[in-house]
Structures are given as C-alpha cells and as structure tokens.
Design a protein around this ligand. Structure first.
Ligand code: TXA
Ligand code: MG
Length: 330
C-alpha cells in the first residue's frame, strides 16, 4: 500500500476524515507524540492499529475526543474529582481513565471495564479530530517496542507502506506521551508519568495521589509491562551524573569493539568522545529524546545516556529512558 503524506489544508484534512470514516488508519500529530488513529466506534478499524503496530492485544488504547461533552457520552459514574481534573487539565497532556459505557467496544479497551480518554492540546490534533467527526482510538504511531514518533518522518520510518496516510504536522512540542491518570476507582492513581506531574494533580485534587511504581503490583495499565521505546542498538543509562563512571563505560565499550556515543546535557564533560547533546532543560530533553534515539541508532551501536533529573518532569523522562535502555542502568 502507498502511504500518502497529507498536509494541514482543508482538502487533505477532508481526505483524512473520509479515510477514518471508511475504517482506514491515519497517523496524526498531537502535542505529546504522533498517534495512529482509527474510528473508535469501528471495531475492525481499531483491530488494524494492533496489527499494524504489532501491539499485544491486551494493551488498551486511548480514545481521543475534541470536547468535554464527548467524555460523558462514552463513560459513566464520573466522580467529582474526575470532573475537577477534566475541567482543569483538558485539553492537555493528561489521559483520564474512567468507567466506560457500552458505546466503546472491548477491542479499544482490551476487555477492561474502563476507558482511557484524552483531549489533546495541539491545534492540529483538534482540527484532525473535528474533521473525523468520530472519537479516535489511537496508540502512539510507532511499531511496538520502538521509540515513540515525535516527527512525521519518524512515523514514516515505521509505517511506510502499512497505512494509507500520515497527516504531516509540526514536530511534537512535549515529546513524551501523556500522563495516564486512573480516576475510575475510589483512589486516583498515576499509571504512566508524563509532563503533567503528581504535584500538579495533587494541587488540583487537594489530596495525595499514588504513582504506580512497582510493576509487580496488580497491573492496572497493561501497557507498562511490555518492552518499550527501545532503539535498534544497545543502550545504557547513568542517572547520578558521575563523569568518571560514564567515561569508563564509554572506554570499555570501545575496547569491546563497539562504536559508542555519549548522550548528555553536559558537553564539556566528555572532551573527545562521540557526543550528542540531549537538550538544555527538561522541556528540551523531553522534546528531543525519542527523535535523538532514532537518529543515533543509525550511526552508533551503543548509546550511553547520562541524565540527572532535576525536577518531577525529569523523573517522567527517566521512566521512558529506563525502558529504552531495557533497565540497563549503571
Ligand atoms: O500521549 C499519548 O498518550 C499518545 C498520543 C497519541 O495521544 N498515545 C499513547 O498511546 O501513548 P499508547 O497506546 O502508546 O499508550 C496508551 C497507554 C498504555 O500504557 C495503556 O496500557 C494505557 O494507556 N491505557 C489505555 N487504556 C487504559 C485503561 N482503560 N486502563 C488503564 N490503562 C489504559
Ligand atoms: Mg506507545
């Protein structure tokens, strides 16, 4: 199949909307990462997203809508706390898990009684959703296990020939996926950290909010248990900023015959080593991280990332980097 590259004009947006309503897939930008969109009301279309990505069938998808009213059309028993979160953060980079009603099929939610919903902040995403005129089920538009796509070129790399169209918008501003917040039960739980942080959520709810950390605990968000975000080369992660340790690791990689590169915020620490700059502050690091991994894997065979988080959002980025490195922390 030929993958068409569509732009943000009325003609191309109409084509994208028609494809979606015909049961086809269209990749589209959001402020977090690119999504692989299907009509959430069309089970056959949603199934295609799993097949194209190679996504495990027990990993539910997020439903994307463009208005708050739509949230109440597909859910039930929405608590006052959940309403507060909706009012305060949406549109925005947080996904809210709520009890679902019968409108959304089991294929979207992998059989769960809850549904994850998001109203993206990106104007381009909202425009696309309105042209579709149906709720859109969308996982990130990467092949399963690969770093999430934050530029349309990254989507093309994974999806060329597999989907009919990519809506080519801006590079994603945030660069890591939305915070997933479970508001379906008696206690709010952050299932996946993101740019909207625990303390921001606690400030709105005026109560403490748990973060799901131990993956051995009953897994509420099936997605957290799979391999994720990994480049096509080896990767190791240092989180204490110990320059000597990083240099030693680099040198031992070289001795073993690898072609390594150091990825860090501190260029001056690593003199003559192969070096890539990760970004000057946490926002830049978030925006850059996945596209950098996709770039470096093409030239190097060992990425040595040194990142010292200096704030809560930095911890969310560590969550992604740890998975990219398959837990290989030194
Ligand atoms: O920023 C984002 O969230 C992007 C953009 C495209 O919106 N989407 C995204 O989708 O990251 P995906 O499929 O890569 O990740 C969805 C996450 C998974 O960890 C999944 O397990 C969780 O949301 N999830 C979906 N439905 C859920 C539910 N009903 N209960 C708990 N977790 C759920
Ligand atoms: Mg994903």
């Amino acid at each position: 199949m030929e993958t068409r590259l569509l732009n943000f004009n009325n003609n191309d947006l109409s084509i994208a909307g028609e494809l979606i309503r015909k049961g086809e897939l269209v990749a589209f930008p959001t402020e977090t990462v690119y999504g692989l969109g299907a009509n959430a009301l069309d089970e056959q279309a949603v199934k295609k997203t799993y097949n194209v990505k190679g996504r495990p069938h027990d990993n539910p998808e997020i439903v994307h809508v463009w208005s708050k009213e739509q949230i109440f059309e597909i859910t039930k028993n929405v608590s006052d706390d959940a309403k507060r979160i909706i009012d305060f953060f949406l549109p925005g980079s947080v996904t809210i898990v709520l009890q679902k009603n019968d409108v959304i099929s089991d294929c979207v939610t992998a059989g769960l009684k809850t549904v994850a919903i998001r109203i993206p902040k990106s104007k381009q995403a909202l425009e696309f959703l309105k042209y579709c005129a149906v709720p859109i089920s969308a996982p990130s538009a990467n092949s399963s296990t690969r770093p999430s796509p934050t530029r349309w070129q990254d989507v093309l790399e994974d999806m060329n020939g597999k989907i009919p169209a990519i809506l080519c918008g801006d590079d994603c501003d945030v660069g890591i996926e939305s915070t997933v917040l479970d508001m379906s039960g008696s206690e709010p739980i952050i299932l996946r950290p993101g740019v909207i942080t625990q303390s921001q959520i606690e400030a709105v709810l005026q109560k403490s909010v748990r973060v799901l950390t131990n993956t051995n605990e009953k897994v509420n968000s099936p997605g957290v248990k799979y391999k994720h975000y990994a480049p096509n080369c080896l990767m190791a992660l240092n989180l204490d900023g110990d320059r000597e340790k990083v240099l030693n690791f680099y040198n031992s990689c070289k001795q073993k015959g690898y072609n390594p590169i150091i990825l860090s915020q501190n260029e001056k620490d690593f003199g003559s080593c192969n070096f890539c700059h990760l970004g000057k502050d946490t926002n830049q690091v978030g925006k850059n991280v996945f596209s950098i991994l996709r770039k470096l894997e093409k030239t190097y065979d060992y990425i040595i990332c040194s990142f010292v988080p200096c704030d809560e959002y930095g911890q969310s980025i560590v969550n992604r980097l740890t998975k990219s490195a398959s837990g290989n922390i030194f």
